[in-house]
Design a protein around this ligand. Structure first.
Ligand code: PGA
Length: 260
């Protein structure tokens, strides 16, 4: 049964024909904000996601940059998560992903790109994670946080069971998450069992959240988002408590919603 949408003031829903159009829309929002801030000599703090979902956004941002329409020289970025333990140079690390998809191709300052370090010694993890949140605050907080959503409703690596009050920390990956990552690592045994992830509370402090979902695989997760009460079982439901969420979908991801 498709879910009937009830207007939710905090959630702006945008549905596009395909993911490319959706990604272009999101990149356009980011470009607008950075350009506005650049004009005022003000920095822009972006919260970045990895995975398949935001790839088209980064592609479009690179295009803007190459056409001299966008400079990242006042941009500061904080990534949501990184596997743990993992070397930054591993070809499946999120460091490698970000270099390849964005950082190597734009003029962002290397000292202004923060990604959790998958090689922090275990005994330093707690302090390291606390500092990650402090750094975000130090730069004035996140202006726009990009999010994908896992089939199991995770945001970042905040798996089912993650508390709304959680801050950046070491987490244990859900079997579903490891299963989804297995094709990229070759086999499931190669997928790390842990990660460092921004917490739900950390994510919800962003001034604006843009959550994207593409494809039929995410349709049930999207439907549950609109059906669900806030539940620890699906951390994406915590977005209902945020005042400024943009949910950007393609038609397939929206296929179980009943729209007027
Ligand atoms: P995906 O993953 O972008 O690769 O679909 C999203 C997520 O699991 O958060």
């Amino acid at each position: 049964m498709p879910v009937k949408l009830i207007e939710q003031k905090n959630v702006t829903l945008k549905i596009f024909d395909d993911r490319q159009e959706g990604c272009e829309y999101v990149a356009g929002q980011i470009q607008k904000l950075i350009t506005e801030h650049n004009r005022l000599y003000k920095s822009t703090v972006l919260g970045l996601a990895t995975g398949n979902t935001p790839k088209g956004v980064y592609k479009k941002l690179v295009e803007y940059h190459q056409r001299q329409q966008l400079s990242f020289n006042r941009v500061v970025t904080f990534n949501l998560d990184e596997y743990y333990p993992i070397s930054a140079y591993h070809d499946r690390s999120y460091h490698t992903y970000m270099e390849h998809n964005l950082f190597n191709k734009v003029d962002v300052h290397p000292h202004h790109t923060f990604i959790p370090d998958g090689e922090v010694p275990e005994e330093e993890l707690a302090t390291y994670c606390e500092n990650y949140d402090h750094q975000i605050n130090h730069f004035g907080g996140v202006d726009i946080q990009l999010l994908g959503v896992g089939v199991n409703g995770h945001i970042g690596f905040n798996e089912p069971g993650s508390k709304i009050s959680s801050t950046t920390r070491r987490v244990f990956l859900d079997e579903q998450t490891r299963h989804d990552a297995a094709p990229y690592f070759g086999e499931i045994d190669q997928v790390p069992r842990q990660a460092i992830s921004m917490g739900v509370h950390t994510i919800l402090k962003a001034r604006k959240i843009i959550c994207m979902a593409w494809g039929a695989k995410k349709a049930t997760t999207v439907k549950e988002f609109f059906e669900d009460e806030i539940t620890v079982q699906r951390p994406v439901s915590y977005l209902h408590t945020h005042p400024n969420v943009h949910l950007v979908l393609d038609k397939e991801a929206a296929s179980q919603l009943e729209l007027d």
